[in-house]
Structure formats: C-alpha cells, structure tokens
Design a protein around this ligand. Structure first.
Ligand code: ADP
Ligand code: GN1
Ligand code: MG
Length: 353
C-alpha cells in the first residue's frame, strides 16, 4: 500500500493528490500530504523499532493534546490528530505498520538551525511554556514510551554491550570516541542520582526538545511544540539540555568539520532566558541546568556512537559514517562545555536576577 493510499484512510478535507517525504526527523517516516482542496496534512509511519508499543504512543499523544487544548496555559497551536474513517487515531496497514495524520500547522516553518538568538529564545519560551502547561497533567496516566530514555548510565551500559559484541567490526575505528565516553562514565550518573535522591523532581517533560520539534510562524514566533512521541516523566534540566546541545552549537549536528563546532554562549543565554521565562523551576533545577546541557550532549554522543557500532539500526542515516560524524560533534561540544563551564553557570545566575 502506498503512503497516498494510506492517507486516503483518514478523514481529510479532499482526496490526497500529493504525498512526499518531508522534514529531517531521525525516527519516523514523515510525509506531507496535500489534497485536491489544497489542504495540507502530516502523515507519519511510527518507527516500531524505536517505539515498541505504538498504541501506547498514540494514547499518550491523544491524552496530552486533549489536555493542552483544554488548558489555556499552552498558548499558540496544539497538534491535532486527524481520525480515520473508522474513527480511530491511527491506521494499521496490512504489514502491521502504524500510521497517523496530523493537521499541518498552517503557515508554519521549521528550523534545522537557529538563525538568530531571537529564534532560539522563542524555542526556549515554547518548551518552557509546554512544560508549565503540563505541570498539572497526571503523569501516572502516561506510558513510558521508551523505557529509561534519558537514563544516561544505562546508555553507557548499552555502549559497552555494543563494544563487546562488535557486530560490524567497527570498534577498531572508534577507539578515541569510546575512550572519550568512558572517561566521563562517573559523571554520567549525576542527574539520575539527583533525581533518585529527591533533589530533582520528576515532571511530565517533552524529552526531545530539538529546535526542529518547534514550529514558528512567519513573524518568527514559536507557535507549536511537535514530536510528542516521548512525552513522559522526565527531568526539566534534560529538556533544557537537549535544546542546548542541538541549537546552541555553532554547527550542524552532523558537521564533519569539527573546527566549526563549539558552544555559542550567546545562544545559550538566549535559550536560558526563554526557557526560564515561564518560571516554575526549583532552585536545584536552575542550579543543574548546565548539567542538563552537558548530560544530554554526552548521552546523545554515546547513543550515536552505540548506533554506529551496532551498524546504524536506530537513527536514520544518509551516508556512511553519519552516526560517527554526529557522535564527534557531540563530544566536541562536551569538551567545549567543559571549557566554558563557569560561564554557563554565570549566565544562568544572571538570568535569575
Ligand atoms: P521525528 O520523530 O522523525 O523527528 P517529527 O514528528 O518531529 O518526527 O516530524 C518530522 C518533521 O515533520 C518535523 O521536524 C517537522 O518539520 C514536520 N512536522 C511534523 N508535524 C508537523 C505538523 N503538524 N505541521 C507541520 N510540520 C510538521
Ligand atoms: C531523535 O525524532 P527526532 O529526530 O526529533 C531522537 C532524539 C535524539 C535526536 C538526535 C525518539 O530525535 O532522542 O536526541 O534524534 N528521538 C528518539 O538528533 O530517539
Ligand atoms: Mg522530530
């Protein structure tokens, strides 16, 4: 069955006349669908390798979007699922693949890079508002769609398992990167420990706060947080940090020329201002924001490295060595954060005032 035929199973306004791959997400297969009435939709095949329980993913998304629509705190737009003709939120095709459709957020644009501190401030404000809007959402009703998603020590365990297995004989090409990661294994437990000790609260968080998971309008205002597959209990500092690792880097996540990669303190400051604008964080969370940035960057580098060693089975890749290039940018950023550690603390403290 083609994607266009699958789109026709949903209650669209008009019949699909265009259906092409869209966006630069690393996980789902995303298509832009246009109908004869010129209405646009996003059709997605859920990645079943990543999300073992697609029904639970859809239940979470239906509940979270309903909650956000009913609350007046969220501001801007909320993702809206389009039902099938059987009035379900998803369609299962003959091969057991799960598909869903969202209204295309009209007039929106999506950025793979922050073009100015103002863009990045906006995305910080959007993720901050998103988290605040969900502060009264009952976390016990959510399924953990990817267990231990930001359990960084467990990501190290997975790396070590991949190294021991060496399924693709790639460990020989990854010596310095493996050593870089292992030298930081002790640090990797910091945030998980603070959470277990009750110092950092568990909240309902987004868990995948990349810049391209926010939509902007033509006036460059952030209008909608998207990619809700991983909304589940997590740490606010990790939502902060995942944004920094992607958007405060001076280069793309997969830039092969590492001399271009560093942490922009200007971008870091802009995001911090945006994210803290909605308030609601505890003193301990503010204190550990910079750890969120370093942790998410280290963890993501470890995940790219693990996937490289495993033979590129998790993240979509477009070229040989793609995951290794991504791993190297993350580790370069970690190093740069270590150099700028005091500045990162000072900036958060200044924004507090
Ligand atoms: P992935 O998990 O693969 O990253 P996303 O849900 O983030 O999947 O979707 C991939 C891309 O599709 C996004 O980065 C964005 O460009 C686009 N997109 C997704 N949903 C919408 C929407 N409702 N309106 C407009 N664009 C969207
Ligand atoms: C994936 O789905 P996408 O492309 O927004 C990944 C994130 C990583 C990111 C790295 C469910 O995000 O955790 O940080 O790639 N999402 C999942 O770019 O694993
Ligand atoms: Mg995405």
């Amino acid at each position: 069955m083609s994607a266009e035929q699958i789109a026709a199973r949903f209650r669209l306004d008009g019949s699909p006349v265009y259906c092409e791959r869209y966006g630069s997400g690393h996980i789902n297969d995303t298509y832009l669908v246009v109908t004869g009435k010129n209405r646009e939709y996003i059709l997605q095949k859920i990645n079943k390798f990543v999300f073992k329980e697609p029904e639970a993913v859809m239940r979470n998304i239906a509940a979270v979007t309903r909650f956000l629509r009913d609350s007046c705190v969220s501001g801007g737009s909320v993702l809206a699922l389009v039902p099938t003709y059987e009035d379900t939120d998803y369609y299962v095709d003959g091969e057991g693949e799960y598909w869903r459709v969202y209204d295309y957020i009209a007039g929106s644009l999506n950025l793979d890079r922050a073009e100015s501190p103002a863009d990045f401030y906006e995305s910080g404000a959007a993720f901050g508002r998103f988290q605040q809007a969900l502060s009264d959402f009952d976390a016990s009703t959510l399924t953990e769609t990817i267990p231990r998603f930001h359990d960084t020590p467990n990501r190290f365990t997975q790396l070590k398992e991949a190294v021991a297995k060496d399924a693709k004989n790639r460990v020989k090409d990854a010596g310095p990167e493996i050593a870089f990661a292992l030298a930081r294994e002790e640090y990797a437990a910091t945030l998980v420990r603070l959470q277990k000790d009750g110092i950092l609260p568990l909240r309902v968080t987004h868990n995948d706060t990349k810049l391209n998971n926010v939509l902007f309008n033509a006036d460059r205002k952030a209008i909608c947080v998207i990619d809700l597959d991983t909304v589940m209990p997590g740490l606010a500092v990790n939502d902060f940090g995942d944004s920094i690792r992607f958007g405060a880097s001076t280069a793309a996540e997969d830039e092969p020329d590492l001399s271009k990669v560093s942490l922009s303190l200007e971008m870091y400051e802009a995001y911090t201002r945006g994210f803290l604008q909605s308030g609601g964080l505890t003193d301990a969370e503010r204190e550990h924001l910079r750890d969120g940035a370093k942790m998410m960057t280290l963890e993501c580098g470890v995940r790219f490295l693990t996937d490289y060693i495993n033979g590129d089975v998790y993240f979509h890749t477009a070229r040989e060595g793609h995951n290794m290039d991504r791993c190297r940018t993350q580790f370069k950023l970690v190093e740069d954060m270590e150099r700028k550690w005091e500045d990162m603390e000072r900036i958060v403290a200044e924004v507090r005032r």
